[in-house]
Design a protein around this ligand. Sequence first.
Ligand code: ACO
Length: 338
Amino acid sequence: MVNNPTIQSSLRLRAVVAGTGSSVPAKVMTNEDFMKIVDTSDEWIVTRTGIRERHIAGPQDTTATLAAQAARNALERAGMKPEEIELIIVATVTPEMVFPSTACFVQAMLGASNAWAFDLNAACSGFVYSLSIAQQFLSSGRYRTALVIGAETLSRITNYKDRSSCILFGDGAGAVVLKAVSSGPEGIMYSTSFSDGSSWEALKCQAYGSRHPVSIPLENPDMVYMDINGREVYHTAVRRIVELVNECLEKCDLQVEDIAMFIPHQMNARIIESVGKRLRFADEKIFINIDKYGNTSAASIPIALDECCRTGKVKSGDIVLLVAFGGGLTWGANVIQM
Ligand code: ACO
């Protein structure tokens, strides 16, 4: 099934998934709840996005607490202790603070005292970018273990007066423990990443950074919230995701039928379905859980992967294809044999 000679080399170290985990806040916000605060309907939201409910951070939840809990669950499934982790990457656009990094908070919460830790901001593509970086460190032999986390509290930067965006977002975290091994499953077989900074305006949250510092009054107070050009993003996302999937299949010498589960960023069920159809994935191989979580940006793929593993939809030896598109603009993918 895997014919690429560079992939088959038995001497090569593989970055293999040892465990997955996730964590979402207890509070659930349904479409009916949104009908009380903006002019919308359950029918509009479900038809246009596929979302029925999302989890929203409570006062005690932060990006780091969600990330740390997802990590604990992944470590437990991997049968590993926090001290065994050598590298922690947290992908997020809703960090704990400007600095220190969320990853440093997670390291401290876990007691992962032998790891170095940093954050990565690639919006919704953050988790696939982070996997590709961890893959390089593990397959080169530089580190033996890594914890890759996608975590968000998007509710903290959501404009609950803007009906076209507020209904989309949820909070949560997902994590993967990676190990460098020289036998067993292939692990991360291929990663690819792209960005186009010239289209930054399509998806953004402008305050407070160096361009719009807290010391200067904002031209528009809504600049503290996420602002999305949904229609533009929709069409570009479909095109880029199709390109990514075709590239991954070609580079790994795989057919669509070889993919046990296509796990795209949960941006919009309509986008996922139209891409899945265009690429001829069988319906049961297209994973969608946006109905329960909304769009959780960098957290959406690891939450989905964890659900697939926990429910047996993805089993050991299966090949999964992770694909993301998001602010930056950024896009990327990983092919993984579990
Ligand atoms: N309820 C009812 N009506 C609504 C709502 C709502 N919540 N929101 C918008 N509408 C109305 C609009 O006002 C518009 O009305 P009009 O025709 O009278 O002007 C109509 O519905 C259609 O609006 P569109 O924006 O054209 O709706 P569309 O079908 O494009 O769906 C959506 C909008 C769901 C946002 C879609 O474009 C989308 O999913 N885009 C991609 C999402 C995205 O950008 N995700 C990335 C976010 S960034 C990140 O993940 C961190």
